[in-house]
Design a protein around this ligand. Structure first.
Ligand code: FE2
Length: 291
């Protein structure tokens, strides 16, 4: 079992803050706020924010934040990481304030992605304003969604998330594209089928996509309409994944990676009966490029 309970937030670094502001409100349907430091914050549920875009030229994920249960769990994780020889930093008061958390440690995965383990992320008693997504987003004990990242050395990355951080393997997909096998490993830390997907492919960005889940097919269809109306390029059209059964499409964000907007994601609530499988295709149907 992992000390990390759920995906709390994502921090993106981008030079395209105005485009992100428009994308967040018009395509994602999030409540978007521009802050004094120029950053953009997006709400989709009771958390003060779930996605933040800070100024910078990376156009990629800067950090993924995961919630831990309590002080003891955070201290235990820090000790365990140090004993394994992993460099761990404690968040400064300024970092805690910027993130809106009560505690924070951070470290890097084998290929440099900054992982933040945090305590008590700020919750807002004011409901989020989501007029374009009246049914809201599926979060709660499943966290704010999932991320799919690339890895040059899939085995080493898998070992880190599984053996060091305690993620549980959900399944694999291995699809041959132009004769080359593309292997993707999926991991969970809560009932969401996967909070993390790792593709064993070299890629220009570490983040391939992040996913937000909406309540029903109508909400996916309306998001697709909004993406088309906004002129947003689609990375992949409507389709369905075989493993988490999610029906979704992928819109290209202003940073060039994608956001998957989907519904119907499978929940793993009985670990004892869960069987790890390897599927031979990323999609049961659809998800055509640029469709
Ligand atoms: Fe995904």
């Amino acid at each position: 079992m992992s000390a990390l309970k759920e995906l709390a937030y994502l921090i993106v670094e981008s030079d395209h803050l105005e485009q992100w502001e428009a994308f967040g409100s018009q395509v994602l349907g999030a409540e978007v706020a521009r802050r004094a430091d120029g950053s953009v914050r997006m709400r989709i549920d009771d958390h003060a924010y779930r996605f933040a875009v800070q100024p910078g030229d990376r156009e990629d994920l800067f950090a993924a934040g995961f919630t831990v249960a309590n002080d003891g769990a955070l201290a235990g994780l820090e000790t365990d990481l140090r004993e394994r020889g992993i460099d761990v930093q404690r968040g400064t008061a300024a970092e805690l304030g910027a993130r809106g958390v009560a505690g924070l440690i951070w470290f890097r995965d084998p290929e440099g992605l900054r992982i933040e383990a945090v305590l008590d992320p700020a919750i807002s008693c004011t409901p989020p304003r989501l007029p374009l997504v009246p049914g809201g987003f599926v979060t709660g004990d499943q966290g704010c969604g999932h991320i799919a990242i690339s890895a040059m050395d899939l085995a080493a990355c898998e070992a880190f998330y599984r053996d060091v951080l305690g993620f549980t393997l959900s399944d694999y997909i291995e699809q041959h594209i132009h004769g080359m096998p593309i292997r993707v490993a999926f991991f969970h830390i809560n009932p969401r089928h996967h909070t993390l997907g790792i593709a064993g492919v070299p890629a220009p960005k570490r983040l391939h996509h992040f996913m937000v889940e909406v309540a029903d097919l109508d909400a996916v269809g309306r998001a697709l309409d909004r993406a088309k109306a906004a002129g947003t390029p689609l990375a992949m059209g409507l389709g369905k994944h075989p493993n988490d059964q999610m029906v979704s499409f992928y819109a290209t964000t202003p940073s060039g990676f994608a956001v998957e907007i989907g519904m119907g994601g499978l929940e793993i609530r009985d670990e004892q009966s869960w069987q790890v499988r390897t599927y031979d295709a990323l999609s049961e149907w659809g998800h055509g490029f640029g469709a």
